[in-house]
Design a binder for this molecule. Structure first.
Ligand code: UDP
Ligand code: MG
Length: 311
């Protein structure tokens, strides 16, 4: 019987989660998913400075189900997820946070959807943003709107990185070679039959969030740039519109000069127009530069992380 069980890997990125790791393992055990599958824990210590590695190492010594990767420094959650997916051996793999904000209670239901209902992937989203500052929610919603309208991935509002997927999907994700990994977009981009589960927001079990508003804002810009070239097209479009308008204005000035002579004047407005277009051009040169910088970083082909220790 036990031999027929499917292997389920749980990939858990951990950055300063010493207080959460053990509670996490206990929470997974309480779900009873261990009776449905051979569970493997893959903890990725993303350069923690609070003794997370010690906790994970101790767990791994006493428990053959626990494996881990520890980075040489903090490389970010995206890199941690990638390392975990590479390390996972299960036929089914789930990624979830260590802080229990991705409730492990859903694991049995997710596994059933894959094993019995024939889905390749089960994704989750939060139905509420309670406890979040309103400004943050507002920006989050604008971000999802932009992504929906101007990129080739339709991100789901409130989508979490909490997912379960088959080996086939994992291989698809690992086949994407890009260095700038916007995981939410990548999941969506690879496709496959996905079932969505919704759950209300859960507060962190312990510790604190690693995301400041600034970090989130930069992350959303990453997302837009990784999956959309719309900002570049806006530049071309706006340039065309301005050309058209200036042509009409030129005609107007020309005809007026023919009819009424050529009164000199209006140079303040002229200066304003010049400054406006100077600013606009610099702005779009900046956007162009940002894409170029991304291309530059991609061409370096740097590894996304370095492993200091693993088991
Ligand atoms: N995390 C990580 N590297 C980082 C930041 C976060 O591996 O640089 C992990 C963190 O340990 C947690 C998950 O990513 O398991 C989500 O982070 P957090 O809970 O801080 O984000 P939030 O839930 O507030 O969005
Ligand atoms: Mg969290």
């Amino acid at each position: 019987m036990a031999d027929e069980q499917v292997g389920l890997s749980l990939v858990v990125p951990c950055f300063n989660e010493a207080l959460c790791v053990e509670a996490f393992v206990r929470a997974v055990e309480e779900t009873g998913v261990g009776r449905m599958a051979r569970v493997e824990f893959v903890f990725v210590d993303d350069g923690s400075t609070d003794g997370t590695l010690g906790v994970v190492r101790r767990l791994a010594e006493g428990d053959p189900r626990v494996r881990y990767v520890s980075f040489s420094r903090n490389f970010g959650k995206e890199a941690a997820l990638l390392a975990g997916l590479r390390k996972a051996t299960g036929e089914v793999v789930a990624t979830l946070d260590a802080d229990l904000q991705d409730p492990p209670v859903l694991l049995p239901e997710m596994l059933r959807a894959i094993r019995e209902e024939g889905y390749d992937c089960v994704a989750t989203r939060r139905t509420s943003r309670e406890g979040e500052p309103p400004v943050r929610s507002w920006f989050a919603r604008r971000f999802y709107w932009l992504m929906r309208h101007f990129s080739d991935v339709a991100l789901v509002d409130g989508a979490r990185d909490y997912r379960m997927m088959t080996r086939q999907v994992v291989e698809a994700i690992l086949a994407l070679p890009e260095v700038n990994r916007f995981t939410k977009g990548i999941y969506q981009w690879v496709g496959f039959r996905t079932k969505w589960l919704a759950f209300p927001n859960v507060a962190r079990a312990a510790g604190e969030t690693k995301w400041s508003f600034r970090k989130l804002f930069l992350y959303s810009l990453e997302g837009i740039m990784a999956f959309s070239t719309a900002p570049l097209q806006v530049a071309a479009l706006l340039g065309m519109v301005c050309c058209g308008l200036s042509f009409v204005a030129l005609l107007f000035v020309f005809v007026r000069a023919l009819l009424f002579g050529d009164p000199v004047g209006g140079w303040p407005s002229l200066v304003c127009v010049i400054i406006f277009f100077g600013g606009l051009q610099l702005f779009f040169v900046g956007i162009l530069g940002a894409y170029l910088a991304k291309t530059y970083l991609e061409t370096k082909r740097r590894p996304l992380y370095f492993v200091r220790e693993e088991k």
